[in-house]
Design a protein around this ligand. Structure first.
Ligand code: C5J
Length: 230
């Protein structure tokens, strides 16, 4: 059992064999100019600070054999899995399914829907496609984790208050112990980032734990950890 002493609200313990690193929606449509995130008026630069620490955490996780699972938010080309409420909300300059510079926005199979090159999944790492904000809704994620005996989740990705929060809430209700990596989750809104993290650890860890990824890397067996270059 490994322990991350600095986690708040209290130390977080996990076993490599029963833990997965969950990388939520690190997609071009959210992180790069011209995608869905920017079409809603957001500054994608706010999310891009997560890329370097997440790449380092991924390398460390892979080195010790942690299960790594990626998710992507998006829809079938005919949009039959996109509720009208989602399609029409938000007054975006472009809607889900509209053509954009990276292909049809948030549509599976399009260039913009895929994960950014810096964090590309390795062969064999599951990629869960999800139509909703939560990674458990209308996906096989729970079964996939159960099959592998996973009980703890190191949660990363974007955006903190939307897909990360929804997924942590879903996971918490299903009995998973969630540690959210503060520097590896990002929001377009600095205030939501701060409050979103506080909400997770509040009330004795009502939804889970929070810590920076460097603390997790330090807790991993040291011989196999690859440190980020400065
Ligand atoms: C959003 C997400 N913000 N991955 N999706 O629409 O958080």
């Amino acid at each position: 059992m490994l322990t991350v002493a600095a986690a708040r609200p209290f130390p977080y313990s996990f076993d490599i064999a029963t833990t997965a690193l969950l990388v939520i929606d690190m997609q071009r449509d959210f992180l790069e100019p011209g995608g869905f995130g920017e079409s809603l008026g957001n500054d994608v630069g706010q999310l891009r600070r997560t890329i370097a620490p997440l790449a380092a955490l991924l390398a460390g996780a892979r080195a010790v054999g942690l299960t790594v699972v990626h998710t992507r938010e998006g829809h079938l080309p005919d949009l039959s899995d996109c509720p009208p409420a989602k399609l029409h909300r938000g007054a975006p300059s472009k809607r889900i399914g509209d053509p954009g510079p990276k292909g049809r926005i948030l549509v599976r199979g399009e260039y913009g829907h895929d994960i950014i090159d810096e964090l590309a999944p390795l062969p064999g790492e599951p990629v869960v496609d999800k139509p909703g904000k939560g990674a458990f809704y209308a996906t096989g994620l729970d079964a996939l984790l159960a099959q592998r005996g996973i009980r703890s989740l190191l949660v990363t990705g974007v955006t903190t208050e939307v897909c990360v929060h929804t997924t942590v809430r879903e996971a918490n209700d299903r009995g998973y112990e969630c540690l959210v990596l503060a520097d590896c989750v990002g929001s377009y809104f600095p205030e939501f980032q701060r409050v979103g993290l506080d909400m997770i650890a509040a009330q004795g860890g009502i939804l889970g734990w929070v810590v920076d990824s460097t603390e997790v890397l330090a807790a991993l067996p040291s011989a196999t950890v690859s440190q980020p270059s400065s």
